[in-house]
Design a protein around this ligand. Structure first.
Ligand SMILES: Cc1ncc(COP(=O)(O)OP(=O)(O)O)c(N)n1
Ligand SMILES: Cc1nc(C(=O)O)sc1CCOP(=O)(O)O
Ligand SMILES: [Mg+2]
Length: 207
């Protein structure tokens, strides 16, 4: 993996076509130009694409990340991560177990969502490359998001794991992003702060 992970997590954009009011390919192209440091393809939820259309979009988004030299992460889907030659995969607590994933992908980044102490206790942290910690703030983007955990969750994780790459997620905006970093995160992962921005370049600059 040629990318430095903590720097790559700094402005981590997550998106699928269901999050976009216009062409997702154009949105990602603008976002990469404006300085996002990593991208996760998350084609999931109401109105998302399936089958060939999903694969075709994935290929176009993957190509943009390659051209821009930023990591391309696939959400949940091992087969898609393989086909698209992703740099990593992000999974949650109810997805394929990390132990299994690590055997399939010895060299790809594995990101794991960890939302509370119970999940942390049951997670093989030594096998993951980074943690997605959230939802830090209220979000309406993910309908099945867990209870909001607040900045305290970042502080707790950072105390316990001084070196572990951690990215905050959930309701992160231009206004509150700095607080997530100050709490100890290496970066912020956002969907709507970018997809709903009237000026994507300005939003990413301010993030
Ligand atoms: C960086 C990052 N953090 C958390 C998540 C959420 O993953 P998960 O809990 O598996 O939920 P879904 O995204 O699959 O709905 C994420 N995708 N990325
Ligand atoms: C995909 C996702 N995962 C979350 C988690 O808490 O694990 S919150 C979330 C949605 C983030 O979207 P927005 O930046 O628009 O709030
Ligand atoms: Mg998942």
């Amino acid at each position: 993996m040629p990318f430095p992970i903590k720097q790559s997590l700094r402005k981590y954009f997550i998106m699928g076509s269901q999050n976009c009011k216009r062409n997702p390919v154009e949105i990602l192209a603008e976002a990469t130009e404006a300085g996002i440091t990593a991208f996760q393809f998350r084609e999931k939820g109401d109105g998302c694409l399936a089958g060939e259309a999903r694969l075709e979009l994935g290929k176009q988004l993957r190509a943009i990340c390659k051209r821009s030299d930023i990591p391309f992460i696939v959400n949940d889907d091992v087969e898609l991560a393989n086909i698209l030659d992703a740099d990593g995969i992000h999974v949650g607590q109810d997805d394929l177990p990390v132990e299994t994933l690590r055997k399939i992908f010895p060299d790809k980044w594995i990101g794991l969502s960890v939302s509370n102490a119970c999940e942390l206790a049951n997670s093989p942290i030594d096998l993951v490359d980074y943690i997605g910690a959230g939802p830090i703030f209220n979000t309406t983007t993910k309908l099945d998001a867990k209870t909001t955990v607040g900045l305290e969750w970042i502080t707790t994780l950072r105390k316990q794991f001084p070196e572990l790459p951690i990215v905050g997620i959930g309701g992160i905006s231009i206004e509150n992003a700095t607080s997530v970093i100050k709490a100890g995160a290496d970066g912020v992962s956002v969907i709507s702060a970018i997809t709903a921005a009237s000026d994507i370049k300005e939003a990413i600059k301010l993030l």
